[in-house]
Design a protein around this ligand. Sequence first.
Ligand SMILES: [Zn+2]
Length: 496
Amino acid sequence: MGFLTEDEIAALKPAPEAMFRSPVPTQVVASDEFSPIPQTPDQKRVEARIKDLADEIGAKQGLDRRRFLATASGMAAAFLAMNDVHGPLFGVTPAEAQQPDRAEARAAGLRDQFIMDVHTHFLREGTRLTGFVNMRQAVGRAGWNPALNPEEQSIQSLMYDNWFKEVFLDSDTKVALISGAPSDDERDWFLTNRMKFDARKRINDAAGTQRAMSHAIFTPGQPGWLEAVDRAIEELKPDSFKGYTIGDNTNKHLAQWPWRMDDEALMYPFYERLQRAGIVNVCVHKGLFPPQVEARFPRLLPHARVDDVGKAAKDWPGLNFVIYHSAYRFAGGGTAEQGLAQFEATGRVEWVSDLAEIPAKFGVTNVYGDLGQIFAQSTVVQPRLAAAMMGMLVKGLGASNVVWGTDAIWTGSPQWQIEALRRLEIPEDLQRRYGFEPLGPADGPVKTAIFGGNSARMYRYDARRAGLEDDGVVQARARYAAAGGERSNLAYGYVA
Ligand SMILES: [Zn+2]
């Protein structure tokens, strides 16, 4: 049994697009909760500029707007448009937009880049969490991902098959970690720990390599939670553990068991167990708690912040504490405009700045930031905010302590996020004013570390990388291309 049958692959081919879709989104969509944000004046200008460039350059190449935007040159044109509106934040030349060969050569040159995504999701069969379907529809409407036809999104889009396609076939991702989320209502766990284990096994057995890794979720304070951890270690051998300090992010009104990372009585026996089992990475969901959510659930606010990270990290130097979403506050119902306004007024962004200051304050080197949602929610709508936050994280945590995660598949295939980080640079005025180092080229040391080098080190993955060059996934990609090639990342230059 492989990943997908030929029929399944054929069924996944997207239908022709019916509407204008930009290779990069010109509207933003919220995470976790469905609350699409209206287009801002800047985003309207980006969209208009993309259309102009597409008509102008596309005509010279004999392509209509839609066809042009579906090429690697079209992708380049979209980043040119963003630079025109927001300033020169993305590395892209007019030549890439004008000369298809150049754009395609660039995409091909980066295709083998080692990208380890430590933050991906799909949902169990029979899930009640249909809000994520609405989110994908909104992503499609916003032009976030050209293959996300809003009319086609269904509950099946959130299941394993489509996750596999969007992560492994439609993007340059090489290794993906299957994450999850708990709820106090058992029916609303994204996946049980056993389901994550089974999916990891299915993929790795078919690949013959370790393409998939898996979290086990831990739920501090709940009756029997430490016994569940012991069982998970023994039976499932997770690559790392993940927990939610607010207890229940999915059904916040139910959350009966919020906790603190530095609660010695509650948490230290757990850390002790992990250390003994040789599991060194502790992943913790933080942030995604904008003022709009705080107003409804004020009692959970202290748990969404990062006040409890420093002491835990200092007391457990043998563990790595990976803070998911880098504690970015303004997603999950908030807006990048809120984040940017706060940054312009104060030079800080809640709670990214607070996270970035922990190593200096506590003298620790074992605190990490994951980029799930923080990058997707800011880089297109307010790329200056994205650049500032990348600068903060790299400066405060170190380039060695920022890890690539995309929160795919809530926003479709992660390829557009990969392309955006490859091109993003911190503007010179921010570099000077805040002492941020440049992020550098797509394959330079900083981005190489973030995309996969750091996670490979943390998960002791390096020895397993060689096999990825010719395994079952490489063969599946070849079959997928042969089956039609009309795939989600048409926009990124995969199809000649
Ligand atoms: Zn997530």
